[in-house]
Design a protein around this ligand. Structure first.
Ligand code: MN
Length: 735
């Protein structure tokens, strides 16, 4: 096992300003936490995070990433917690380790769910720091390298997942070496026979072509050097899997394959790349159709190189890649080569931190963008899947269960997705440990904890907040249920008041005695019927106390002109209104259309908070709220049992608007209507409806239905309208 100082040395070799204390701390912490745990191979468990860290030093990653590699299994597999890691190593490292924990849990989920195909994209979406992915890839690489210690039945699944998810991911991230090794290791497990055959053939070919690679390397180097260009030529035999894939794709036999060997010519400058190309093309004959210049037109993942195939020194077909050292590093390490670590600058950690300038981060973003912009058929297919994927967010329960939701989903949707009973009792939520509003749009990777209360019923307004059908249907059902209950409560309230007013005793026992008389099955039914206005309170009082005479005088309302809202003077309510009955505190609270009591507003004129109001309860309309100055109330003067005491109970931050009607007389000239609409709009009013009622030569009169916050808001609009020169009068209309 690598020693502590060896690891630190590896890092300081490429990053002299690395935070050695951090690395030492992470080494010791992880070693202690994993303690005596062992791997399937029998090795101490800690050897695994250590090897993962070592792989990442080959990619020359910053010290924070190396530390995260050491810690990457601690939250999931030991008693370590995010909070503890935050305290010891800081929040940045804590967040990265948690990202890896989430992926690991995701691994466990997908095993069941068989969502492998979306998994790769999911990873990209969850991970907002590319270093998490780099550690994950290194983690997977080490697990693949030690796969033979796993039980046989697990091997195939892990290899399959690697082939389907991690190898392509490494490829997308431009890490070709990593991709090839992952593919090859998977191939060996998934298709052992093919692997063995190919390995054997490669070995015999190697024997036959003894010294071929070295020979070609030397010849090429010499020819290039003759022209005064310093170049390094590296030859390699292709890996079994890439040969296998080529045989499959082109339906070729092994003997027909021409490009078993690949050579790279690495030079110092871009200009030298083209000069080398010139040398090679004038020295050997080229294979037509194999020339590609990815230097002048880089691949989307930033890969740059010149590709060509020649018939080389031993009459062998040779694939050549010509590039600079920088291009070579990008080609091998991909995203990891991109400024995650910069030599010689102040502390790798700060530079690597994911900030807006972080090129690596931009690069990942671009990679993700590219994934959705491909133009080959294969990429297009990818793209289509990605579209689906873009419509979704993936979140976790505190126990790590993965919940997929449509994009735009809220914690309310999440709660219902977990279970209807959780949705119905949801009163709040914590996102990633922080209390957040339930209207918050969920983001990929959010951990959602639902705060519940058994006393809760979902407010009807949630139906418009939720985006999933499941949540909407459940809210509707629960709302209907709770509306039924509310009618019962309203009915009880009305009955109690009616009995008190009549100065008669009230009890459920007394109601029980008249259920038959009123054709009701239960007290609950009776109360709801009263609440819905199907049975009047007076009727119930008289049924219980047949001797009762309704002595209640009609409601006292202001006479027109006496106490009405004085529109002409533009002032607030100044009328002398006796409370209709009872005290305000006793009255039924009205919380708007979205409130807990089902209400309507006066159909011809509306009512707004600030208005003195009464409720009229009829079977046809239910509870309708009128401003007390409404002439329409006259109609109900003789039916005092329809009257319900109500009062406003509007939350300061209630987003609901209320209906009101105004009548405006304005000069009949071009643009005057527009001017009126503009005043209303500028003052934050909504015009719901507009009707021309009279049109004489010089004047329009129009009736405008508005939606406003409250009386103050309505008056502001009225006053503003009055200041307009083309407006001659504005009055509020009460139906
Ligand atoms: Mn691991």
């Amino acid at each position: 096992m690598m020693r502590q100082y060896e690891l630190v040395e590896r890092v300081t070799r490429y990053n002299p300003s690395a935070d050695e204390a951090l690395l030492n701390k992470a080494y010791v912490y992880a070693m202690r936490k994993h303690g005596s745990q062992t791997r399937a191979s029998g090795d101490p468990y800690f050897s695994h995070p250590l090897e993962v860290a070592a792989i990442l030093t080959e990619l020359r990653l910053d010290d924070a990433t190396i530390a995260v590699a050491l810690l990457h299994d601690t939250i999931e597999d030991t008693d370590a917690t995010r909070a503890e890691i935050d305290t010891i190593f800081g929040e940045e490292i804590g967040k990265l380790v948690e990202g890896l924990t989430k992926i690991k849990r995701l691994d466990l989920q997908t095993q069941k769910a068989k969502q492998a195909e979306n998994f790769r994209k999911l990873l990209l979406a969850i991970v907002d720091d590319v270093r998490v992915l780099l550690v994950k890839l290194a983690d997977r690489l080490h697990n693949m390298r030690t796969l033979e210690h796993m039980p046989e039945h697990k091997r195939a699944r892990i290899a399959e997942e690697t082939m389907e998810i991690y190898a392509p991911l490494a490829g997308r991230m431009g890490m070709q070496d990593m991709r090839e090794e992952l593919e090859d290791l998977s191939f060996r497990t998934l298709n052992p026979d093919a692997y063995a055959t190919l390995a054997e053939r490669l070995a015999s070919l190697r024997e036959r072509n003894d010294g071929l690679i070295t020979d070609i390397e030397e010849t090429l180097t010499a020819r290039i050097a003759e022209r005064g260009i310093a170049a390094q030529v590296k030859g390699r035999e292709k890996r079994p899997y890439s040969i296998f894939r080529k045989m499959q794709q082109k339906s070729l036999g092994f003997e027909q394959l021409s490009d078993i060997y690949g050579f790279r010519v690495i030079v110092g400058t871009t200009e030298a790349c083209y000069r080398v190309l010139g040398v090679i093309h004038t020295t050997w004959s080229t294979v037509p159709g194999r020339f590609k210049d990815y230097i002048s037109t880089p691949k989307q993942n930033d890969y740059r190189s010149i590709h060509t195939t020649i018939v080389g020194p031993r009459r062998q077909r040779i694939e050549l890649q010509i590039r600079t050292q920088i291009m070579d590093r990008v080609a091998e390490y991909g995203i990891a080569a991109h400024a995650l670590y910069k030599d010689g600058e102040t502390g790798g950690r700060n530079i690597a931190r994911h900030t807006e300038e972080s090129r690596a981060y931009d690069w990942l973003r671009r990679t993700i963008d590219l994934l959705s912009q491909g133009d080959t058929p294969e990429e297009f297919l990818e793209n289509t899947k990605l579209e689906l994927f873009h419509d979704q967010v993936f979140c976790f329960t505190p126990k790590g269960r993965l919940i997929a939701l449509p994009r735009g989903a809220t914690p309310i949707d999440f709660a219902y997705a977990v279970h209807t009973s959780i949705g119905n009792t949801c009163v709040g939520c914590k996102l990633n440990g922080k209390i957040m509003p339930l209207v918050t749009e969920l983001r990929n990777g959010d951990e959602v904890e639902i705060v519940r209360s058994q006393a809760q019923t979902p407010p009807p307004a949630w139906e418009s907040i939720a985006v999933t059908g499941k949540a909407k249907a459940a809210i509707r059902r629960a709302t209907r249920e709770s509306v039924r209950k509310q009618y019962g409560a309203l009915g009880e309230h009305i009955l109690q008041r009616a009995f008190t007013r009549a100065d008669k005793p009230y009890s459920e026992g007394l109601l029980e005695g008249v259920l038959g008389l009123l054709s009701q099955d239960s007290i609950a039914d009776l109360l709801a019927a009263v609440g819905r206005g199907e049975i009047s309170a007076q009727q119930v009082v008289k049924s219980v106390h047949p001797d009762y005479q309704d002595e209640r005088a009609g409601i006292i309302r202001p006479e027109p002109g006496e106490g009405w809202f004085d529109l002409e003077k533009g002032q607030g309510l100044k009328f002398r209104i006796p409370t209709v009955t009872g005290t305000d505190g006793d009255a039924l609270p009205i919380r708007g259309l979205a409130g807990d009591i089902p209400v309507n507003f006066a159909p011809n004129g509306g009512a707004v908070p600030g208005d003195r109001i009464v409720g009229i309860l009829t079977p046809a309309e239910g509870l309708t709220i009128y401003p007390i100055q409404s002439p329409a109330l006259k109609e109900f003067d003789d039916q005092s049992d329809l009257w319900v005491d109500v009062r406003w109970d509007i939350d300061i931050d209630n987003p609901e608007r209320f209906p009101a009607r105004i009548s405006v007389s304005a000069l009949n000239e071009p643009g005057s209507l527009a001017a009126i609409a503009q005043v209303i709009g500028e003052n934050g009013g909504n015009i719901d409806n507009l009707k021309m009622v009279r049109k004489v030569a010089d004047f329009h009169q129009m009736i405008i239905d508005l939606e406003v916050w409250d009386l103050k808001h309505l008056n502001r609009i009225i006053n503003q309208l009055r200041t307009k020169p083309n407006v001659s009068s504005v009055t509020r209309v009460n139906g």
